[in-house]
Write a protein that binds this ligand. Sequence first.
Ligand SMILES: [Fe+2]
Ligand SMILES: [Fe+2]
Length: 375
Amino acid sequence: MSQQTILFVDDEVNILKALNRLTRHEPWTVLCASRGSEALELLDKTSAQVVVSDQRMPEMSGVDLLQSVRDRHPDIVRMMLTGYTEINVAVDAINRGEIFRLITKPWNDEELKATIRQAFDHFHLKHEIKRLNLVTREQNFRLQDMNRNLEDKVRERTKQLAEKHHELRTAYVQTIRALAEAVDAKDAYTRGHSERVGVYASKLAREMSFPKDFIERVYIAGLLHDVGKIGVPDHIITKPERLTDLEYEEIKRHPEIGARILEPVTFLAEVVPCVRHHHEWYDGSDHGYPARLCGDQIPLPSRVILVADTVEAMTSDRPYRKALSLEIVIRELHTYSGTQFDPAAVRAMLALFEREGDGFLRKNQKFDIYEFIEG
Ligand SMILES: [Fe+2]
Ligand SMILES: [Fe+2]
């Protein structure tokens, strides 16, 4: 049960007595004051919800008192009880004291009690509204806080995921490079061959304006294109003299062997056909192997890799010859464009030579495929 305290202010003792009598059977705590200053002191010490004041009193008028109450205790419901019914007093009381009701003397007991009850209800209603507003505001703040925390957490987790993803992709490429290097190491002359084919092929793919995931696939396929040489006897791979027909047939098995090695690896599924067909000729002639595919039948990355592969081989020393000059390489590309090579890949290679010259072939450059793709 909420507490109900009312303060009556009147300089006439009889009025205060009458009011006390009137409220005797009500569940209200009644306070009385005969001066404005006394009333204000009482309100500072005790909590009341309703103040009923006379207008005409010595020292301080009722309107002045109620204005002070409004300033100091805005929640207290204020009423004026007066025999003095000049309109300007009423207007003052309403405007300055912001009173709830104006009651005239002499009063009707039941009406006065009903009005006081309304005043208490009014107080408790306002109090409840205020409390609910506060609760709502607090909950809003808490919700905003939770939202902010959630956003921060999501941002943080997304960042962590991106980092993990990058780490995984880098580890994946490093593993593939290690494998490619192991194959190249079978022959001193081909050391670094696969890595360079991967680099040249991805540069070609970018020159041809292919999307990022395509460039990545071309790079990986470039690294792995000769992985099947692992299944070709070393003495054939390292043989410095011209190969016999039989030995050449043996060498020609490396794309198929490579594809077979990679086939069980799920995440390399798209790379397998690129490896299998990296020695097909664009014109479909029987120089190409293993399937003698023609033109568009040959996977696009294979066509890009073939040009990169040939350029890398021609510009590297071999036991039987020195690296060929750029001039000769360019002539060869022109000669075999449309027969061995996809003319689009040749055009891109020539454009790269045009722009970068010998710099394009600089060996042992550091290359990060993901920096390259994003850059
Ligand atoms: Fe090859
Ligand atoms: Fe190769």
